[in-house]
Design a protein around this ligand. Structure first.
Ligand code: C2E
Ligand code: MG
Ligand code: MG
Length: 306
């Protein structure tokens, strides 16, 4: 037998190894930062949640986006440590915003298959949320379809455990991958985040509008929250509102930004409503009344709080 040696493969392997070593260093030297992107309620125009998105501030290469290092972190198992770091940061920041604005702003955090493979993950996450002071029922974990598919057997228990701890699960990048609808009833999901490839065509492509309409209606019937990702234009936003999509996220509304800048964004957006409605709790009532959400099992809410 013979094998072909390709110098580019060698270069790739070396580059990966180098990134892995650097990533380990990044975790130790606090080069990883969590950015946040607001999620807006289409009915009220108000921020109701933020998604935590990790960034690597490399001393030589500047800000590195997650898609350049998350896959390597997953391959090497470093994602467990990285994911825990993001969870700690996000829960602390989320709790700070909840206190500052006196609102149950939700925090969405991406989790990977590796993290869910750990049977103790639900207990650990619930503990982080409690210790950091995040309000019960306001932490939402984003998982992709490939995560559900890959670990379907073993992670089902973990997913049910998460649900029992009052941790909501959102299906990320919905519509890409295998899009098996059976996931929607097989797993204890709180909602779906529709991939931006379906949002792109809204306004120009009637097929995308038809698909989005079907997703919104199906999710409403199933009691699932729908978040549209990657909203970049007014036309897309208008159409999503018409279709009854409850929540939107995208560059049109706000880019992912460091926490201080998001504090400013929340301050501007939430203060306006507070002034208009008289109090933060008045805003809360209007915002919540407009959102169709499945209610959390009471025992689950209780267990996170205690
Ligand atoms: P995702 O979870 O689907 O996050 C949404 C991505 O879309 C983010 O990219 C966000 O910056 C980008 N985005 C938001 N609005 C728009 C828009 O209007 N237009 C366009 N073109 N893009 C938009 P980002 O921050 O580069 O993250 C990429 C992916 O990396 C995430 O996709 C997620 O899968 C992964 N990721 C990020 N942070 C973490 C983390 O802490 N843990 C894990 N496991 N994965 C993470
Ligand atoms: Mg996500
Ligand atoms: Mg996504």
């Amino acid at each position: 037998r013979y094998e072909l040696f390709d110098a580019t493969v060698r270069a790739q392997v070396l580059s990966r190894l180098h990134t892995e070593t650097e990533l380990r260093k990044a975790l130790e030297c606090e080069q990883l930062h969590v950015y946040y992107q607001p999620i807006i309620d289409t009915a009220t125009g108000q921020p109701v949640a933020t998604e935590a998105l990790v960034r690597w501030q490399h001393p030589d290469h500047g800000l590195i986006p997650p898609l350049e290092f998350i896959p390597i972190a997953e391959e090497t198992g470093l994602i467990v440590e990285l994911g825990r770091y993001v969870l700690e940061q996000a829960c602390e920041q989320g709790a700070a915003w909840q206190r500052q604005f006196a609102l149950p702003l939700e925090m969405f955090v991406n989790v990977s298959a590796h993290q869910l493979a750990n049977q103790l993950f639900p207990v650990e996450v619930a503990e982080i949320a409690r210790r950091r002071g995040l309000l019960a029922g306001t932490l939402e974990l984003e998982v992709t379809e490939s995560v559900l598919m890959g670990e379907a057997g073993s992670s089902a228990t973990v997913l049910n455990e998460l649900d029992a701890h009052g941790l909501r699960l959102m299906l990320d990048d919905f519509g890409t991958g295998y899009s098996s609808l059976s996931y929607l009833r097989r797993f204890p999901l709180g909602g779906v985040k529709v991939d931006r490839s379906f949002i792109d065509g809204l306004g120009d492509n009637p097929q995308d509008a038809a698909i989005m309409k079907a997703i919104v209606e199906m999710c409403r019937a199933l009691g699932l929250t729908v978040v549209a990702e990657g909203v970049e234009t007014d036309t897309q936003l208008r159409q999503l509102r018409q279709l009854g999509c409850e929540r939107v996220q995208g560059y049109l509304l706000c880019h992912p930004r460091p926490p201080e800048e998001i504090t400013e964004f929340l301050n501007e957006r939430l203060v306006t409503v507070t002034e208009a409605e008289g109090s933060a709790s008045a805003y809360l009532k209007t915002a919540r009344a407009n959102v169709v959400r499945p209610s959390l099992p009471q025992r689950a809410v209780g267990s996170l709080r205690n």
